[in-house]
Design a protein around this ligand. Structure first.
Ligand code: GDP
Ligand code: MN
Length: 377
């Protein structure tokens, strides 16, 4: 689950990390009032679950309350990476001397949290990572001991020569590590971590992604969910009890079981296609899940073909077949459907599908190849 910047800032502030104050608004008039209260230059910032807001025109500096309101009228309602901006954060503008990057991710390869820092922070950090990765310093942390003082200071000294600034940054790192652990974050990022003209070290932006499996343990964090700011397809999938992640490709995948879903996506790529989603209908078997899944997949205009890959166990093939037939009665499918199913009640499923005019395959390779070809046609 993604948090908004203003929510992430609150969490950091509560944990003693220096973050400028800020208030959230939904109209230009509110922005004007907030800017008047802050009194000096402010920054108006789009609150959407997407990075690169600065480059997209979603972060603007304003010298006066009138200018802030004007920026807000442009930012509110704009779309950034497909997400509509409904809230802006108004915050006093910092006088920036330098921009660094500080992030912690749970790294699968290292099987540990990894702290990353770079003196080349700011809006071009992706480029730095791609072109000059040596400018990013990494440290895998042993979770038994946490981020130790000397480790944090070592990293901080790659950012700042000034010892007071390095100490301040090290303190922020340790607090950030503790926050990451305490709230069950899979990613927590401050970019930019700035030094201001008066020498202070401050977090100007914050991004937090919570591991969904942690939400049950942290109801106060789960309550921060803003469904209105999430991709509609992901909201619908959660309501239907499906595990769904939207991707950029054209082959809509509907699979049972996360492992098979991963293998299916791999195979789609292997045969030259691009999956449009990760979708797991697994768990209890019922046709309604299939109907919901098809609704979600077909609502995505970039889907050119749909691939069902079902390995019937607890999920019964006949339930899936009935779901497909039921869905086509409820709405018209405008893209080709390739169905592969095998396992529990396979014969019955084939009968149901054949009667409804569909054909079914049992071979996974063949089904994936066909779906990739259909999507490219
Ligand atoms: P992002 O593009 O979504 O990561 O949004 P950020 O909050 O990181 O802002 C993007 C850029 O705007 C930063 O890298 C800064 O260069 C600039 N910016 C943000 N806040 C301030 C501020 O308070 N003062 C100044 N001068 N620039 C800011
Ligand atoms: Mn940023």
């Amino acid at each position: 689950m993604n948090l908004h910047e203003y929510q992430a800032r609150d969490i950091l502030r509560q944990r003693g990390i220096p973050v400028p104050p800020g208030e959230v608004a939904t109209t230009p008039d509110q922005v004007r009032a907030i800017a008047t209260r802050f009194g000096d230059r402010v920054v108006v910032k789009a609150q959407v679950h997407a990075g690169g807001r600065g480059k997209a025109g979603g972060v603007k500096l304003a010298a006066t309350p009138a200018e802030a309101a004007e920026h807000a009228s442009k930012i509110l309602g704009m779309t950034i990476k497909g997400l509509t901006v409904r809230h802006v954060l108004v915050t006093p503008a910092a006088d920036i001397a330098s921009e660094s990057y500080l992030g912690i991710i749970v790294d699968r390869a290292a099987q540990r949290p990894v702290v990353m820092v770079s003196a080349a922070g700011g809006i071009d950090i992706e480029e730095v990572a791609a072109r000059t990765p040596e400018r990013i310093h990494r440290l895998a942390v042993d979770p038994r001991y946490g981020l130790l003082g000397h480790q944090a200071l070592g990293l901080a000294l790659t950012l700042y020569r000034d010892i007071a600034q390095a100490r301040a940054a090290a303190d922020i790192m340790q607090r950030l590590y503790a926050a990451c652990y305490a709230i069950g974050a899979s990613l927590i990022e401050i970019n930019p971590l700035v030094t201001t003209r008066d020498g202070a070290v401050t977090a100007l932006d914050a991004k937090i992604v919570i591991d969904d499996n942690e939400l049950e343990r942290h109801p106060e964090i789960a309550a921060l969910r803003d469904s209105g700011a999430e991709a509609p397809s992901e909201v619908a999938a959660r309501a239907a009890g499906l595990t769904f992640i939207k991707l950029d490709g054209t082959v809509g995948c509907c699979v049972n079981g996360a492992g098979l879903a991963m293998a299916t996506m791999d195979l789609v790529k292997y045969y030259g296609g691009q999956p449009a989603d990760f979708l797991d209908i697994g768990g209890r078997s019922n046709p309604q899940k299939v109907v919901s899944a098809l609704k979600i997949i077909t609502a995505d205009p970039s889907v050119r073909a749909i691939l069902f890959n079902i390995f019937g166990g607890i999920t019964r093939c006949d339930d899936v077949a009935n779901g497909i037939v039921q869905a086509t009665r409820e709405f018209r499918l405008t893209v080709p459907l390739v169905i592969r199913l095998t396992g529990t009640n396979e014969e019955l499923a084939v009968k149901i599908l054949t009667q409804a005019g569909f054909s079914a395959l049992t071979d996974m390779d063949e089904a994936v190849k066909q779906s990739v070809a259909q999507a490219a046609a």
